[in-house]
Design a protein around this ligand. Structure first.
Ligand code: HEM
Length: 505
């Protein structure tokens, strides 16, 4: 039962983006382009190694050169931008070192990389492993500095494979993050509008959110244009892998010079999940704002049944919004601060501290859905009903757009991972003798329409059915966080649809 006096609902302030390193124009991206180089000559040994990273990888000499690298202190890094640049540089060098190129994988990272990487990570409040922030948020420049930040004016700073495909993979995601800034400002306004019981303002903000998600969905689709699945799967993805749930590094890796030995005298191995756009705080923020909840795979009690007005009328919630103190629905009524889906919980360690705190604080005040339900609940057949119907429509529209995004994403995962893995017969990407032949079909323009059948129903739900050829081979394929890939992603999509609000005719 919800408490019925205001003391029980402390007025938690609606988060201000600027308090969490979020820019109103660039969102989770820094407002000015990331540093292209650490300017302090002290760090030249790192930068000059990165300058010839691809040459060394090709020559098979990266490990030899890192072996000769001196141990640099991190106390000459001063600004957040410098720490971010250092994190990107060390992430590229470290993953290149561990995974190699047609070399056996190694399970020890030398102290010259491990010690500074751990220190820089601590400053940025992330795990010492490559993450979405490093390769997407902090890895771009404007080709023409006077032109806007959008996909046709972006270039990457660094890549593992030195391919245009890898750059495109990151830049599509960078562009998505920038578009997402519009959603972030609208989320904050929408929460404020629901607190103020201002339906017109809420409709306007939800409309902005919905448009931003449409643009995110459309940008995602552009991945196919310049990122070849073969290159992605065989030349890029292996370097983004971490050392948790990883067959080739079952114990993880040793960060030399960081951890000594445990109490039993045994060397300490560390395990972390690698980079994935699943670590985008943007998509998590949208879920939180729309009160979409995710559960451990195959355990969601609600995903199949849709919430409806009948439930709203028979729930224990107050009959109308005026039952809430100051019309404010209970804080945290639906969304918990700690994600229930273990993957989402785990990857919070890969999201920079301020952005992670934004998600946590957003979860404390996000009650848009509950507010919309309360409006439906108290509508009484007069003129205000049209406004409530519009409110429900636009809320549902946001869910539809998220659902479409997730359907497009499922198709991408199918093409870029499932199909490629199927061809590999479970081989290691480093086994040069066994890598499958180049996927020539792709460059001619792949059609996903034969792969995925999509049925769009009335309202918001878009149900997707994979062809047998995809599902039968995807059973054992795991995501970055050890997720059982397709069931996990499909459940995330279905959980989005399950939040739709139905108005009885
Ligand atoms: C070639 C392109 C892409 C591939 C192959 C891909 C692959 C994956 C995989 C395998 C997962 C499962 C979890 C994991 O392993 O970390 C995942 C999750 C996720 N990805 Fe992607 N991804 C791609 C592009 C993107 C882009 C551009 C975005 C936009 C931000 C994105 C957003 C997400 C999100 C939000 C999740 C978490 C699941 C969800 O919320 O539905 N992905 N992706």
């Amino acid at each position: 039962m919800p408490p019925n006096h205001i003391e029980a609902y402390p007025q938690i302030t609606v988060p201000r983006l600027e308090d969490y390193d979020i820019d109103p124009v660039t969102g989770f991206l820094p407002p000015t382009p990331p540093l292209r180089r650490l300017s302090d000559p002290y760090y030249e040994p790192w930068e000059s190694l990165l300058d010839i990273f691809h040459d060394l990888m090709l020559a098979g000499r990266l490990r030899e050169c890192i072996g000769k690298l001196e141990l640099l202190k991190t106390d000459r890094l001063k600004t957040p931008a410098e720490f971010r640049r250092a994190f990107l540089v060390l992430s590229i060098l470290a993953h290149g070192y561990i995974w190699g190129n047609f070399e056996p994988v190694v399970d020890r990272l030398p102290a010259c990389l491990a010690i500074p990487w751990v220190k820089v990570s601590a400053y940025l409040e992330v795990a010492p492993i490559v993450n979405h922030a490093a390769v997407v948020l902090w890895n771009w420049r404007l080709i023409f500095p006077n032109e806007p930040l959008c996909l046709n004016n972006l270039a990457t700073l660094d890549t593992y494979s030195n391919t245009l495909d890898e750059s495109w993979f990151y830049l599509v995601t960078t562009a998505i993050e920038c578009i997402g800034s519009r959603a972030l400002t609208a989320i904050v306004s929408a929460i404020q509008a629901s607190r103020d019981a201002n339906n017109k303002a809420l409709i306007a903000s939800l409309t902005d959110i919905s448009k931003a998600i449409s643009d995110i969905r459309d940008s995602l689709q552009r991945m196919y244009e310049k990122c070849d699945p073969y290159v992605f799967y065989w030349k890029v993805r292996p370097y983004l892998a971490g050392w948790e749930n990883e067959d080739r590094l079952p114990k993880g890796i040793i960060y030399e010079g960081v951890d000594e030995v445990d109490e039993k005298g045994e060397t300490i191995f560390r395990q972390y999940v690698g980079a994935s756009a699943g670590q985008s705080a943007l998509i998590q923020a949208l879920d939180i704002a729309l009160n979409v909840e995710h559960y451990p795979t195959n355990t969601n009690p609600k995903a199949k049944g849709h919430s409806n007005i009948f439930n709203a009328l028979h729930s224990t919630s107050p009959k109308n919004s005026s039952s809430y103190p100051n019309n404010i629905p209970p804080v945290q009524a639906e969304h918990s601060i700690t994600p229930r889906q273990p993957y989402l919980h785990k990857i919070r360690q890969n999201i920079p501290g301020p952005h992670r705190r934004f998600l946590e604080d957003l979860a404390k005040v996000a009650h848009i859905r509950e507010y919309v339900m309360s409006q439906v609940d108290c509508s009484d057949g007069d003129d205000g009903d049209a406004e409530v119907a519009a409110l429900v429509d636009v809320y549902n529209e946001c869910l539809t757009r998220m659902n479409e995004f997730r359907n497009k994403h499922l198709q991408i995962v199918s093409v870029y991972i499932i199909n490629q893995a199927r061809k590999s017969g479970g081989l290691h990407f480093n086994s040069k003798d066994h890598a499958p032949s180049l996927d020539k079909g792709f460059s001619a323009g792949i059609s996903t329409t034969n792969l995925i059948k999509t049925t769009v129903h009335r309202g918001t739900t878009a149900a997707t059915t994979m062809e047998n050829s995809t599902t039968t081979h995807s059973g054992t394929i795991k995501g970055t966080g050890g997720t059982d890939l397709m069931p996990f992603l499909k459940q995330m999509r279905d959980e989005t649809a399950s939040k739709e609000i139905y108005l009885e005719q």
